[in-house]
Write a protein that binds this ligand. Structure first.
Ligand code: SF4
Ligand code: SF4
Length: 298
């Protein structure tokens, strides 16, 4: 069995307790307008272009058999209409101007990387986190990877938006130690406006999974979307009614994804947006603490 992976990040400290290896899967069933990993939204591999790194060697022109590159004043001009995302140009571009996002890997390939840091997981209370995109976007692969990790004695976690059908999560539960899930907005209509889907089914899944597994609730704090004390207090009210909550985390807006939108040729609605300033972040923390659980602002 193979999955499509965008990145395997070793020594991650932000994707659950301890030192972790985070496997980022490609594919997401939501379309959050602020997504800071836009290369993970589509399931299929994609070519990302960073023209400022181009050294004009012409290797991409020579290797592309689909006519996606043409020469224009000594520069390789790209036409996405002809690109079939085969990756040949990225393989021959040594300046890093062309990068393929999405690599097929087997469970064995991924586990070989994960197992390299087994001692660190043991000593720090860490383990494997499957993220994305959406951890449930490739459900059979995720379940098989969780099973393989548990069989090797590695603690497991997923980062999920909880939008998949409940049986998808049910099949993961026997191999899962920790769930990190998002509650992005409290209101169904606003959730639909900003992510493309309402939150009713999500909140029902959140309630069910938090009855069975230790759960970290995360809220990405997005300027102009949910960055008010009222809204964080509303979300905290939902969290307060859940069981097995380890912590409630506010993830301040991360502008690092902006260059990725350009590399994919996508428009970014939040270009130039700034994370909450210190004073506002502290007020939001106080609002989050009304949930009655430990709060982290990250
Ligand atoms: S292979 Fe890379 S560096 Fe060379 S011309 Fe193409 S994009 Fe530029
Ligand atoms: S990914 Fe393949 S089809 Fe697309 S530009 Fe590169 S070589 Fe051509």
């Amino acid at each position: 069995m193979k999955g499509i992976i965008t990145e395997i990040m070793r020594f991650s400290l932000k994707d659950g307790p301890g030192i972790r290896t985070t496997v980022f899967l490609k594919g997401c069933n939501m379309a959050c307008k602020w997504c800071h990993n836009p290369e993970t939204l589509a399931l299929a591999p994609q070519l990302m272009r960073y023209p400022d790194r181009c050294i004009g060697c012409g290797a991409c022109l020579a290797v592309c058999e689909h006519g996606a590159f043409s020469e224009n004043d000594g520069v390789a001009a790209y036409d996405p209409i002809n690109c079939v995302s085969c990756g040949a140009c990225a393989d021959s571009c040594f300046s890093g101007a062309l990068v393929m996002s999405g690599l097929e890997m087997s469970i064995e390939d991924v586990m070989a990387e994960v197992l390299q840091d087994a001692d660190y997981y043991r000593n720090s209370g860490g383990g494997l986190t499957i993220s994305g995109g959406e951890a449930a976007s490739q459900p059979e692969f995720t379940t098989a990877l969780l099973r393989a990790a548990k069989a090797a004695g590695i603690p497991t976690a997923i980062e999920t938006n909880m939008l998949a059908e409940w049986p998808v999560y049910e099949s993961m539960l026997p191999h899962l130690d920790l769930v990190m899930l998002d509650i992005k907005l409290s209101c169904d209509a606003a959730h639909k406006k900003w992510t493309g889907v309402g939150n009713k089914a999500i909140l029902e899944n959140v309630r069910r999974i938090s009855e069975t597994k230790p759960t970290i609730v995360r809220t990405p704090v997005i300027p102009g979307v949910n960055d008010t004390e009222d809204e964080i207090r509303n979300i905290a009210g939902i969290v307060r009614g859940l069981k097995n909550i380890v912590s409630f985390e506010l993830l301040l807006y991360n502008p690092l994804g902006e260059s990725k939108y350009e590399a994919l040729g996508l428009e970014h609605l939040f270009k130039g947006a700034k994370p909450a300033a210190e004073g506002q972040a502290e007020r939001l923390r106080a609002a989050a603490e009304t949930a009655g659980f430990p709060v982290k602002v990250m």
